[in-house]
Design a protein around this ligand. Structure first.
Ligand SMILES: [Zn+2]
Ligand SMILES: [Zn+2]
Length: 351
């Protein structure tokens, strides 16, 4: 099999050839049909998270081993099954849930595998879909997609379930008050589409890039705001008649979290999703005085991904622009994403 691997942090991906694995036990081998290129792949490739104040977390010290085949948004066709694997057959097309845990701890037993402390996520801790084949540990992680094309289904496994999981945390207010979405890249456009599908009322989108603000407008944003404007939070307060009940920050930079907390109304909630990096100072009395909630959201659960597929099949696919690339352009796709040149989602098509 062929894969394009991170062999050294930040260095170009290397084309690797190795024997195609034979599935054992419950494992299932897929031929990769589509593999989304996600922004978190840029972080994994670079090898660190910026924690702010010059501090960096090295991912290789966090259990990520090189060489690694990245790619956690995968659709594949079943080509071989281990002797114990049931529920799928050769030729089935499936979306892969990549956020796999140990299967035994409290969160895994409660269907929150994505929060497992001993994560085995595909494309992060185990080899993923920047390859022509992908080994999945158990058929329970293979989800039916009906007639959704592979390149459109693949992003549901990360950008889809991440935004769905974040929007679900807003609770009933989602249908009552406009949401502020910070960041209009691939995640932002997905969030806009899903917010509408979930019955949301009104979305104000914040981005520093005018092209991305235009894309958000075209995708149905009720208003857009330049995140670089010094009074961005004041503009949001004005548009929401006193402050936002809910903000979803898909960037996670110091400046965006600051806008997110500054624009909240009393009792409002900020959900932070993005991993851009940095650190913020919050004056502590504002936390109780504004009765604010700051909550992190990391991808989503297996059940949430199943709910999301059902939602998409009922209400239609998010109209996020998809750019198809051959597998051999994995490195170029990452570079384009890092350079901010991508509107929507790039998907590798190995076959
Ligand atoms: Zn991702
Ligand atoms: Zn676990």
């Amino acid at each position: 099999m062929i894969s394009f691997d991170v062999c050294e942090c930040g260095a170009p991906l290397r084309r690797m050839e190795r024997p195609t694995p034979t599935p054992t036990g419950n494992e299932v081998l897929l031929k990769v049909l589509a593999a989304g290129v996600c922004h978190s792949d840029v972080h994994i490739w670079e090898g660190y998270y910026d924690m702010g104040g010059g501090r960096k977390i090295q991912l290789t010290e966090r259990g990520i081993n090189l060489p690694l085949t990245m790619g956690h948004e995968n659709v594949g066709e079943v080509v071989a099954l281990g002797p114990q694997a049931t529920g799928v057959k050769i030729g089935d097309r499936r979306l892969v849930f990549p956020w796999i845990g140990c299967g035994e701890c409290k969160v895994c037993r409660e269907d929150e595998e994505q929060l497992c402390m001993a994560a085995r996520s595909l494309g992060v801790y185990r080899n993923g879909g920047y390859a022509d084949h992908l080994l999945v540990p158990h058929p329970r992680y293979l989800l039916e997609i009906g007639d959704i094309p592979p390149e459109r289904a693949a992003p549901l496994a990360c950008s889809g379930v991440t935004t769905y999981g974040a929007l679900k945390k807003l609770g009933p207010v989602l249908k009552q008050e406009p949401v502020v979405i910070i960041g209009a890249g691939g995640l932002g456009l997905m969030a806009l589409a899903l917010h509408k599908a979930m019955g949301g009322t009104g979305a104000i989108v914040v981005d520093i890039d005018p092209a991305k603000r235009d894309a958000a407008k075209a995708a149905g944003a009720t208003a857009t705001i330049d995140g670089a404007a010094p009074d961005a939070h004041k503009q949001i307060i004005k548009l929401t008649n006193g402050g936002a009940w809910s903000v979803v920050d898909l960037v996670g930079a110091a400046s965006t979290v600051k806008i997110g907390t500054d624009c909240l109304i009393k009792g409002g909630k900020l959900i932070v999703v993005g991993l851009f990096g940095g650190s913020v100072t919050i004056s502590t009395p504002t936390i109780p005085l504004k009765a604010m909630t700051i909550q992190g959201s990391y991808v989503g659960s297996l059940t949430e991904l199943k709910e999301l597929i059902a939602l998409v099949r009922r209400t239609g696919l998010p109209s996020v622009p998809i750019g198809k690339r051959p597998l051999a352009e994995a490195g170029a796709a990452l570079n384009d994403l890092k350079a901010g040149k991508v509107v929507g989602r790039l998907v590798l098509m190995p076959h």
